[in-house]
Design a protein around this ligand. Structure first.
Ligand code: GDP
Ligand code: MN
Length: 398
């Protein structure tokens, strides 16, 4: 789960990490009130959307008059931010962050990530802050420093000092950097983060080390122990189908293909996507109904898949271990009655009561006008699904 910049900065502030003073606003008059409360004579107005590269897309503006705070806020609220990370459709700005402007002398890149290979955390740093790290990795990879860290104990001062020196920092900035880095790592550990990226971490005119931007992603599987973070979830930033799926405890990720998949278990879901690709098809989604898939969940999963207009074929690939195949078949068939006529349904069941399940599917296929097919193996099911999807596309193109 990604946090907005203002939420991430609030979290950092609660740990005593230096971030600029500011407040969030959803109207221009709100923004003006925040600017007046901050006093000062220069402010930054920042679009709060889940995407980096806002600066280049017009989502970060510096202003020096109250009237410009108001006008810039009016312009920014409601505008669409289009960056590499948002795709063509962009993201609508619903809230803005108004901050006192910082007098920047240096911009540093600093981030923390989980390094699965070494089962440790890794800190990435660069003296070339402000630039996106992907770009830096291409144009100037030597400028990127990385340091392995414990996944349990916050980094030591010596590690922070070592990186500070590698970044070319001098004097008291070495210890100041080390202190901020150690606290950031503490946040990373305590909040079960997947990513904590400060780009840029800046040095201001008074030699303060400040987090000017903050991108934080918290592991969804750990949200149960971070209720305050979970409350920050912004459904407006999520794919509506993914929101629906989360209500029913389904893991759903939408993709670009035309074969909708309904599977139980993430491993089986991935294997299903692989085998669809093997036969030359493209999955429209990843949908895991979970181990205890009952009739109701199966119905909801169907509805979610069907809201995707690109779906031509639905491939159900379920292993009935905990749930019986005949019960799944009943749920599938009930949901299938709501399937518009021009879509195909391919069902592959295995596990407990598989014969009863298949018999139900086959009987239904004969008695109804629906295009329902029972397949014996995963390979048969995928091959048939791809064939039917291709036929449907051909028919559509005339
Ligand atoms: P991003 O483009 O989405 O990563 O947004 P950032 O928050 O990183 O802002 C982009 C750039 O705007 C930064 O790299 C800075 O160069 C500039 N910027 C942001 N806030 C300030 C500020 O307070 N003062 C100054 N001078 N520049 C700022
Ligand atoms: Mn940034």
């Amino acid at each position: 789960m990604y946090l907005h910049e203002f939420q991430a900065k609030g979290l950092l502030r609660s740990y005593g990490i230096p971030v600029p003073d500011g407040g969030v606003a959803s109207t221009a008059s709100d923004a003006l009130r925040v600017a007046k409360e901050l006093q000062g004579d220069k402010w930054v107005i920042k679009a709060q959307v889940h995407a980096g590269g806002r600066g280049k897309a017009g989502g970060v503006k510096i202003v020096d008059k109250y009237s410009s705070v108001y006008d810039t806020s009016t312009e920014m609220l409601g505008m669409k931010i289009i960056t590499k990370q948002t795709g063509e459709e962009g993201k609508t700005v619903r809230r803005i962050l108004v901050e006192e402007a910082t007098d920047i002398r240096h911009e540093i890149y600093l981030s923390f990530m989980v390094d699965r290979d070494s089962e440790q955390h890794v800190m990435i740093a660069s003296a070339e802050g402000g630039t996106e790290i992907e770009e830096l990795a291409e144009t100037n990879p030597e400028a990127i420093i990385s340091e392995k860290l414990s996944a349990v104990v916050p980094m030591g001062n010596y590690q922070g000092r070592k990186i500070a020196k590698m970044l070319g920092l001098e004097g008291k900035l070495i210890n100041r950097f080390a202190a901020v880095a150690a606290k950031l790592h503490q946040v990373f550990i305590e909040q079960d983060c997947m990513l904590l990226e400060i780009n840029p971490l800046v040095i201001d005119g008074k030699q303060n080390v400040i987090c000017l931007d903050a991108k934080v992603s918290v592991d969804d599987n750990a949200l149960f122990r971070h209720s305050k973070v979970e409350e920050m979830k912004d459904y407006g930033e999520m794919d509506p189908q993914e929101v629906r799926a989360s209500i029913y405890d389904l893991s759903y990720v939408s993709m670009d293909g035309n074969i909708g998949c309904m599977v139980n278990g993430a491993g089986l879901a991935m294997a299903t996507m692989d085998i669809i690709k093997f036969y030359g098809g493209e999955p429209a989604n990843f949908l895991d109904v979970g181990g205890g898939a009952d009739e109701n969940k199966v119905r909801e999963a169907f509805k979610i898949i069907l809201t995707d207009p690109q779906v031509k074929v639905i491939l159900v690939n379920i292993f009935g271990g905990i749930v019986r195949c005949d019960l799944i078949a009943k749920g599938v068939l009930k949901a299938a009655e709501e399937v518009p006529g021009d879509r195909h349904l391919v069902v592959r069941l295995d596990g407990t009561n598989v014969e009863e399940g298949k018999a139900l599917i086959n009987e239904h296929a004969k008695s109804s006008g629906l295009s329902v097919h029972a397949a014996d193996t995963m390979a048969d099911a995928a091959e048939l699904a791809v064939k039917l999807a291709n036929q449907a596309e051909d028919k559509e193109q005339g």
